[in-house]
Design a protein around this ligand. Structure first.
Ligand SMILES: [Ca+2]
Ligand SMILES: [Ca+2]
Length: 94
């Protein structure tokens, strides 16, 4: 569980790093999200073999459809992705 805490901390750092690129550090635009996914989750995206998933992921994250993703929106989806990834790992390790 401490590992999960560290992951959340890393994601917050990543969010801050990428969200600030357009001068508004409180939300991610689609372009900022794309950059982050490519830099931080490249292997995972390649694994899924669909870089175009950024659009889907963005729309999935942007719950209130204001065209930007704030940190709570971001974490909700990333949390789901992390627990899904953990589930896959557990299956793979068997
Ligand atoms: Ca931004
Ligand atoms: Ca939003």
């Amino acid at each position: 569980m401490s590992e999960l805490g560290a992951q959340v901390c890393d994601m917050k750092k990543a969010f801050d790093e990428y969200a600030g690129r357009d001068g508004n550090p409180s939300t991610l635009t689609k372009e900022e999200l794309k950059q982050m996914l490519q830099d931080k989750m490249g292997p995972a995206l390649k694994c899924a073999k669909s870089p175009d998933k950024v659009d889907t992921i963005f729309e999935c994250m942007d719950k209130n459809k204001d065209g930007e993703v704030d940190f709570p929106e971001f974490m909700k989806v990333v949390g789901m992705m992390m627990s899904a990834a953990n589930g896959w790992q557990m299956k793979c390790n068997k």
